[in-house]
Design a protein around this ligand. Sequence first.
Ligand SMILES: [Fe+2]
Length: 305
Amino acid sequence: MTTQTIGLTTTKAPFIESAQAAGQTFIHQPYELYSDENQETWRQLYARIFPRWERYAHPKFMEGVANLALPADRIPRLEDINKFLSPLSGFVSRAVAGYVPAYVFFDCLRNRQFPTTITIRDRATLDYLPEPDIFHDVAGHVPMHTDRRFSDVLVRFGEVARFAAQRAQSMQGDRHTQLLRLESNIRAMARFFWFTIEFGLMRFGKELKVYGSGLLSSYSEIQHCLESDQVQRFPLQLEWVVNQYFEINHFQELLFIVDSFDHLFALVDQLEDWLAQGRLDNVSGGEPVINETDLNSFLQADLTQ
Ligand SMILES: [Fe+2]
């Protein structure tokens, strides 16, 4: 088998499997391993979605696409992306081998690093895959990271996660109660992240625009989220978002609108206040499920750094 046929296809990449087996989280992007089919998948995804970005995406996202010189004809090299990105906001994309435990992910954001998947979806699943891939991460997320104010929101979110870890590690009393509180805190943060950074809508004059990366990387959903009467769109209320379950395997039927990036930043501040006041200690159950690895990532976080 040649490298041309092995490729870096999501869930089918031996390079990723060996990195995971070796316990590596951060890796490099072995660009030569992308197959011709992988490159063709990027070209198709990009060509299909670009006109929809022009119509539905927030203008700051389009500025980001231009400022990154995001290539239409080939999978981007992260080092090229970072050359454009880093002077604009201090952010860099850092290649990862797959799932990153919750605290590690948020703490990367605090340090202006974005854990970035390097595999690309199979040609057979252009429309939907549950795992992130490089199209979701680099074409969906990274253009927004060029905006200083948006990047500050991510950093602030990382600070909230750090505060949650400090709070969990210093909690006294019954271990079971401590774990339930932490689980609730992480669930609240994950929901906030989902309904803003991943699936957020923003006012722009009299229109609504998309700034959430889950929408920006989906050819079908970017249109559906703004045009379908099946979707409920409400001004973001923190008490609702932190108690609202979400499911990842279908189009979102409920989305939340913020007024501006400043508004979003203020909401993250409020999230931290609520955490400090114990208002996130018992949010409603349900999705997402917080696994033991995520809990331990907070409990065992090294807070001296
Ligand atoms: Fe994402």
